[in-house]
Design a protein around this ligand. Structure first.
Ligand SMILES: [Zn+2]
Length: 58
């Protein structure tokens, strides 16, 4: 058994996900939730850049 780093549940299998630039081991439920949160964070970041007139020149 292993303990999820996010919800502290004991599960058979842990999934390795990237959160805040670190890799953590969480259960599948948390992995899905974290992936969704990460996607939302990326979206709001680009929305913020649009608001400020950021053109993303590279
Ligand atoms: Zn969990």
């Amino acid at each position: 058994m292993a303990e999820c780093r996010s919800c502290k549940d004991e599960v058979d299998e842990l999934v390795s996900v990237k959160a805040d630039g670190r890799r953590i081991k969480v259960c599948e439920d948390c992995a899905e939730r974290l992936a969704e949160e990460a996607a939302i964070a990326v979206m709001s970041e680009s929305a913020m850049q649009d608001m400020m007139g950021y053109k993303g020149r590279r």
